[in-house]
Design a protein around this ligand. Structure first.
Ligand code: MIC
Ligand code: SF4
Length: 640
């Protein structure tokens, strides 16, 4: 049986372990990316490893998430990041130059290369045939230092595309349909790979949108073949030399295959408050809309913004709607300016923002209470917009523009003729806002403002654990629930003691106080615990507060890796009904835990209220050593 593209990419980079599904492997990382909100921790960790320069082929630091400078903290972070990039041989994409994934797609992503990013939507670059994976900051720092990245060899879910998309239907609708079918847990343990006759009809930006949102399926990553469309995209970026044709073997054996007929796909929309709560736009058409936001790493390419500009051309945004446009990158902004799209948007009444994440991570653009906000963003988890009772829907740029015009959720097909965007054969390219590398970095200083605190020190795992369950939560808890973001909290990302005050703020406002009052504590969760972002703060800050164990029905991939990297024991219930046997306030006791972790024990008995609950620890030998050491940094220090 032939190989899937995912297997070929993994095998090309394999440096440890065997290509055997379900086992831990180590892969070589060619490129890394960081963004500001996770980046400060990455460079602090890299600094503590003690290397003078990164060992990757290419590493780049983007500043895109928190562009709101309400006081010195955030500006200090930007200066720190720029100086660390200069010092360690990392490219620096300055604030306002664009969202990491969009800029990386345009300027650096390459078919066949592996990319590790400290952001969960790094798989966007899978749209170019790259093996692009999101991870916690410590894993990215280790990759920058030349260490392999470890992951469980995934299964491959093949999506066979047939036909071609109808007018008014675009890449976003493909992934919304997959989210409808598979849910936010459906991709866990898989790489999602596209193949079939329908692939050739899709341009790279549409492929990148789908790959980006494969993250919401919980997938390890998403990959598309690299073909003629890839070559044309790279040529338009002046990078045809980076092209490498890549595809699965004809007789590739997928672990699971689903078929999607592009011809019959219609505009889709995710309703509040989960990316998989998907219905057809028709089913919810007519609901009044108060805000429409076009942007984010999922849908802010040239095509996306130009199609909105053409839909709105000569018309006016509905009087009840605030329509805002967040370009994905400065390149997109320059190109829509040159082709007249920006003028059309401005004349229609769009509010034009700088390129960046902005409202996608709750940095401004919060909707009014109780109203509907339609966004082309990635996530509509409750309250992520910055408004507690938000009603956020996720949809394509076409559906967003239609609502901006009519003031209601509208099937864009009702607007009549589809304005087809012609993408330039060659984009205006301007790399002057990505700062080049210095040959000689002697004398370069890393500049640190007063809010940038060093990593907290953690002790190694004790012989026995005893901790009070101070919180019990349900299924699909997100890292936004665990460690919220937004304009108030993001400025503290480089200061863990301050950041920890906000842990579980929405679900349990006094969590930090109760954790500190109890010493060592535990949290109990349902399925898919920790889905969503890659932020390691969702492990690091709870660890700082004394969380020693998380016991859940199942974990999301990146969060579980982050828990281990910070020495928090991730246990799963062997019988998921046992979840019902534990209540908040119970004390969990695990005897001889250190010995069990180190000896490779899988079944871990947990005593609670006089009875024993069977739990399991699914961790590799390497991960067990990290847990026993009290975290990855401790282990690295011990080993040097
Ligand atoms: C997100 O979309 O949730 C973020 C903000 O980009 C995160 C990273 C972070 O929390 O800094 C992600 O997706 O990993
Ligand atoms: Fe930024 Fe939103 Fe993309 Fe995260 S999902 S990288 S916050 S645009």
């Amino acid at each position: 049986m032939g190989k899937t593209l995912a297997e070929k990419l993994l095998n090309m980079h394999l440096v440890e372990g065997q290509p055997k599904k379900g086992t831990e492997i180590g892969i070589r990382i060619d490129q890394t990316l960081t963004q500001d909100a996770t980046g400060t921790m990455v460079y602090l960790a890299f600094e503590s490893i003690g290397l003078a320069r990164v060992k990757t082929e290419l590493s780049i630091s983007y500043v895109d998430h928190n562009l709101l400078q309400t006081d010195f903290k955030n500006s200090d972070d930007h200066i720190f990041l720029q100086s660390a990039a200069r010092k360690f041989g990392v490219y620096f994409s300055r604030p306002g130059n664009g969202i990491c994934h969009q800029v990386h797609l345009e300027r650096f992503g390459r078919p066949g290369k592996s990319l590790l990013g400290s952001d969960s939507h790094t798989p966007t670059i899978g749209g170019l045939g790259s093996l692009a994976i999101g991870a916690g900051g410590l894993d990215v720092a280790a990759a920058m230092a030349g260490h392999p990245f470890y992951l469980t060899y995934p299964q491959v879910l093949g999506v066979c595309l047939k036909g071609r998309l109808s007018d008014w239907v675009s890449g976003r609708d493909i992934i919304l349909e997959l989210l409808r079918r598979l849910t936010v847990k459906g991709g866990r343990g898989y790489i999602v790979e596209f193949f079939g006759s329908g692939v050739m009809s899709l341009e790279v930006p549409d492929r990148a949108t789908v790959a980006n949102l494969g993250t919401e399926l919980g997938a390890t990553t998403t990959v598309w073949p690299s073909d003629e469309k890839t070559r044309l995209f790279l040529r338009a970026q002046g990078r045809e030399g980076d092209y490498l044709p890549l595809s699965a073997d004809r007789d590739a054996g997928y672990d699971q295959v689903i078929t999607l007929d592009l011809d019959s796909l219609e505009p889709m929309i995710a309703c509040p408050s989960s990316p998989d709560n998907v219905v057809s736009v028709k089913a919810v058409a007519g609901r009044d809309v108060s805000q429409v936001l076009l942007g984010s790493c999922a849908n802010s390419s040239y095509r996306d913004l130009m199609s909105a500009a053409m839909i709105l051309e000569g018309r006016t945004v509905h009087e009840n709607v605030s329509f805002e446009v967040n370009p994905g990158s400065r390149q997109v902004l320059e190109n829509i300016t040159s082709s007249g799209g920006l003028l059309k948007l401005i004349q229609a009444g769009a509010r034009i923002q700088q390129p960046g994440c902005l409202g996608c991570i709750g940095v401004g653009q919060a909707p009014a209470s109780g109203v509907i906000s339609l966004r082309t963003f990635t996530r509509n988890f409750p309250g992520r917009s910055g408004t507690r009772d938000d009603q956020v829907y996720l949809c394509s740029p076409e559906t967003a523009a239609a609502a901006a015009l009519t003031g209601r959720i509208t099937d864009p097909r009702d607007l009549g003729d589809y304005p087809k965007v012609v993408v330039p054969e060659k984009f205006i390219i301007n790399d002057r806002n990505i700062f080049p590398l210095l040959e000689d970095t002697t004398g370069v200083e890393v500049l640190r403002g007063p809010n940038i605190k060093s990593f907290p020190q953690f002790s190694e795992m004790p012989a026995r654990l005893e901790g009070c369950v101070i919180l019990k939560v349900k299924d699909n808890i997100t890292t936004d629930d665990i460690m919220p973001a937004g304009s108030e909290i993001l400025p503290w990302r480089s200061n863990i003691p301050a950041m920890s005050r906000f842990v579980f703020q929405g679900l349990s406002p006094d969590f930090a106080r109760r954790a500190e009052a109890n010493g060592m504590v535990a949290v109990v969760g349902g399925e898919n615990y920790g889905q969503g972002s890659s932020r390691e703060h969702a492990a690091l800050a709870p660890r700082y507060l004394g969380v020693a164990v998380k016991l859940a029905k199942s974990f999301a991939r990146i969060h579980k890796a982050n828990l281990i990297n910070y020495g928090i024991l991730p246990l799963t219930f062997m019988r998921s009904d046992d979840y019902n046997l534990i209540a908040e306030g119970d004390v969990l006791i695990i005897e001889d835990i250190r010995e069990m972790v180190l000896s490779g024990a899988v079944e871990i008995p947990v005593k609670v209220r006089g009875r024993e609950i069977a739990t399991s620890l699914d961790a590799s030998v390497r991960q067990r050593r990290i847990l026993a050491a009290g975290g990855l940094l401790n282990l690295m220090r011990q080993e040097t």
